[in-house]
Design a protein around this ligand. Structure first.
Ligand SMILES: Cc1ncc(COP(=O)(O)O)c(C=O)c1O
Length: 352
């Protein structure tokens, strides 16, 4: 059965949480873009989730993941991602806030140039994280190199633990049930904000990668009975749709069982969009670049080439295709990542 906001908050409050971000993040109406497109568009500013200029969706997950790590007495935390991973950078600063040593295993999907270190990798360096770059060796796939990075991380954790440290394992993308609790809590935050604004969002668009955000949003939707909100998850990388939806559904169920209560997620409501990720992860698309320019030039706001630009392009395609009814309130959930605007040129693409 769906919970009231108060009941949901009471359950969420039982889990350990480290206060890391600025919440609630603002919701703004995109007046100029709405007028230009004949739609009613809003944006949820998780790019402003704090605690510095470089917010993003991972802050919500890290509040719970590192909340648990602090409770466990962690001295170090290891996580994984690409060399320009937003998650890795956000984990590194969040660890610093909590006095935990950050250790990063970064797969060189787009190989960094040692003489020209940019964007998140530069911030990881400024933060003094212990950084291990894992190249994709000849004959290896990206997934092979990633699997190797997990083995290297596990070995480093074993070494540290044997020496008397306590090493927390933070999954890639923060994608675990505990991490996704952060986005179930975010749906409660959204419900409170939309109640105060006196409106309902018929559609929520967001970028999906590891699936942790998507699972959390669906967990929150089920927990609060927000059946009138369609969540449209735009993939930032290629996926096998059936396997991905199975994975996210499983994660959603695990998230709900961690929170408690008896809400069940609706698998049929999980909408994965695979029409925007091309030509590849960390490879810019013409539609994504156009979305970056359009939002900047109508609203003065920045989305990024890897995640949010492509998700916004999915929303724009639905307006253009007549899928969104005029008057339908649409929320674009900005999940951060604009540091990619300062990344290697092959990640950025043509945005000017
Ligand atoms: C900016 C941005 N948006 C969206 C996502 C996707 O989130 P998730 O990995 O939870 O699917 C990520 C991380 O992967 C991200 O960095």
């Amino acid at each position: 059965m769906a919970l009231t906001l108060q009941e949901a908050r009471a359950l969420l409050d039982r889990l350990p949480r480290a206060a890391l971000g600025f919440f609630p993040t603002p919701i703004m109406r995109l007046d100029r873009l709405s007028d230009a497109l004949g739609a009613s568009l809003y944006i949820k500013r998780d790019d402003c989730s704090g605690v510095n200029l470089f917010g993003g969706n991972k802050v919500r997950k890290l509040e719970y993941l590192l909340g648990q790590a602090v409770r466990d007495g962690a001295t170090h935390a290891i996580t994984y991602g690409a060399t320009q991973s937003n998650h890795a950078m956000e984990t590194a600063w969040a660890c610093r806030r909590l006095g935990i040593q950050p250790i990063l295993y970064l797969t060189a999907v787009v190989p960094p140039r040692p003489e020209d270190v940019r964007a998140n990798l530069l911030l990881d360096r400024v933060l003094g994280a212990e950084i291990h770059i894992v190249p994709i060796e000849p004959g290896e796939t990206e997934a092979d190199a990633e699997a190797r990075s997990f083995e290297m991380g596990a070995a480093r954790a074993a070494e540290l633990n044997a020496a008397g440290s306590k090493c927390a394992d933070i999954p890639m993308g923060g994608a675990s049930a505990l991490g996704s609790v952060g986005f179930a809590a975010a749906m409660a935050e959204l419900r409170a904000q939309s109640d105060a604004m006196g409106l309902r969002f018929a559609r929520i668009y967001h970028s999906t990668g590891t699936g942790g955000t998507m699972a959390g949003l669906h967990a929150g939707r089920a927990m609060l009975g927000m059946d009138d909100a369609r969540i449209i998850s735009v993939a930032a990388s290629p996926k096998d749709a059936a396997a991905y939806l199975d994975k996210v559904y499983g994660l959603t169920r695990a998230t709900l069982s961690l929170i408690g209560g008896d809400a069940a997620p609706d698998k049929a409501a999980m909408q994965l969009r695979l029409d925007q990720w091309q030509p590849g992860y960390e490879r810019p698309s013409a539609a994504g670049s156009a979305a970056i320019r359009l939002l900047a030039r109508t609203e003065g706001l920045f989305v990024d080439p890897v995640y949010t630009g492509k998700a916004l392009a999915g929303l724009l395609a639905d307006i253009e295709g007549g899928d969104i009814r005029p008057g339908e309130n649409v929320l674009f959930w900005h999940t951060g990542g604009a540091t990619a605007l300062f990344a290697e040129p092959e990640i950025l693409g043509e945005v000017t």
